[in-house]
Structure formats: structure tokens, C-alpha cells
Design a protein around this ligand. Structure first.
Ligand SMILES: [Zn+2]
Length: 231
């Protein structure tokens, strides 16, 4: 029997969502759903001038990519479309999912939550909120690196400070271009507070279970806390 869990992380940039999602996906054989990767991939594969049409409005891949690079969230109808397509594919394969950064807006959650509920059932959906102070968020983001090959996120701490290569695949560690510079980080934080945090009320109103975790601890400590509620 395949694991049919749906886990969705909610937390500011740098709270460790990506790292925890990787750990969970490996331990429980879940698909790690990275919206940024799906956006990037779709943009890269798009032909010049290609667009998605939602409710008679056109969303051009090139424009969406420009917005994304500034730290502003992509147009919700555009993102929702890509996410819904991918979820349907995964459900067909019977695969459980861990979302590390989706949904990010009320529009998205309204589009995505009912679909996931229909495909996987309400009781299989869990929302994990990671709490992190704005100071810690800024510090972590300005020190974050990713690996070249798989884009594994490497959070800054004593153990990783001097690391040059990815512990998982040995590829070189690099700074993310654009997304992690101070101005862009500030924009991303503001976007999170104004557009993503209100999702908590949506989840509460729709009777989804929200588990809260302390983000200001080690990767292992946080993972242990998460495992406790996975039973
Ligand atoms: Zn890696």
C-alpha cells in the first residue's frame, strides 16, 4: 500500500521547509512537490510567446518569470494551473505528496485544496507550520546556498558553514541568483506576511489540522518534532 499522505508546509522563506520536505519524502516515499522547480521548468520549456489561458486572461511564461525573479509571487491563476496539472498526474500514479512551498496565496489554496481533498481525502491532509522570527529569516536567507546539480537547499549553521559540496550528491554549492539578495528577501518576506499567512484562517475554517513547529532549531531537531506527529 502506497503512502497517500498529503503534507503541506507553511513558513517564511528560510524556515527549512525544503530541507524537511526532502527528509519526509525520503522517509515516507512521498513526492516532493517544489513549485519553484515546476515554474522554472515550465518556463524553460515554454516557447517564445507561449501563454496559459485562464478565464479568458492570458498569462505569458516570460512575464511570469520576470515577476518571479523580483521575489514577487507569480500570478495565482498561472501557478494554480501548473500545480493542478501536476497533482492530477501524481494522483493517477497513487503517489503521496509533500509540498514545500505551495499553496502560497488564498487564490491558490482555493483552487488546490478542493482538488487534493477530492483525490486523496480530507483525513490524509496535514498542514505543518514552521515558525521563524523575521530576524532569523533574513539571516538564514542571506546565508543560504543550494547545490548546483539538484538544487538541494543548504541552510547555514556550524556544520555547513565550511561545506563546499552537497552532502547528498557531491555537486558544488552556490548562491541562488537573485532570489537571496537582501532587497529580494525583504520583498519575499512582505509577500509571505501579506499573501501567504492568511492561509492559516482558510485551513482553520475548512477544518484542516495545523501542526506548529519551532523553526529556530537544528534540522535534526525539527525533523524529530515532525516525525512525532507523522504517526
Ligand atoms: Zn545536492
Amino acid at each position: 500500500m502506497k503512502n497517500q499522505s498529503i503534507i503541506t508546509f507553511l513558513g517564511p522563506p528560510g524556515s527549512g521547509k525544503g530541507t524537511q520536505a526532502i527528509l519526509l519524502s525520503e522517509k515516507f516515499d512521498l513526492y516532493h512537490f517544489e513549485t519553484s522547480k515546476i515554474i522554472e521548468q515550465s518556463v524553460r520549456e515554454a516557447k517564445k510567446g507561449e501563454f496559459i489561458s485562464v478565464k479568458e486572461k492570458k498569462y505569458y511564461f516570460e512575464n511570469e518569470w520576470k515577476i518571479w525573479k523580483k521575489g514577487i509571487l507569480c500570478s495565482p491563476p498561472f501557478v494554480s494551473f501548473l500545480i493542478r496539472e501536476k497533482i492530477k498526474k501524481l494522483a493517477k500514479e497513487g503517489k503521496g505528496i509533500v509540498f514545500s512551498g505551495s499553496p502560497r496565496t488564498l487564490y491558490e489554496v482555493k483552487e488546490i485544496a478542493p482538488l487534493v481533498k477530492k483525490l486523496y481525502g480530507h483525513k490524509n491532509i496535514k498542514v505543518f507550520q514552521i515558525l521563524l522570527s523575521p530576524e532569523a529569516t533574513i539571516f538564514r536567507n542571506s546565508h543560504r546556498r543550494i547545490c548546483e546539480l539538484m538544487r538541494h537547499p543548504i541552510l547555514w549553521n556550524k556544520e555547513t558553514e565550511n561545506l563546499k559540496h552537497c552532502p547528498l550528491d557531491g555537486s558544488k554549492l552556490v548562491r541562488r541568483k537573485g532570489l537571496d539578495n537582501p532587497e529580494v528577501i525583504k520583498t519575499r518576506l512582505k509577500e509571505f506576511a501579506e499573501r501567504t499567512l492568511p492561509l492559516i484562517d482558510f485551513y482553520k475554517d475548512h477544518k484542516f489540522t495545523i501542526k506548529k513547529f519551532k523553526g529556530e532549531q537544528s534540522v535534526e531537531g525539527l525533523f524529530k518534532d515532525i516525525l512525532k506527529v507523522m504517526k
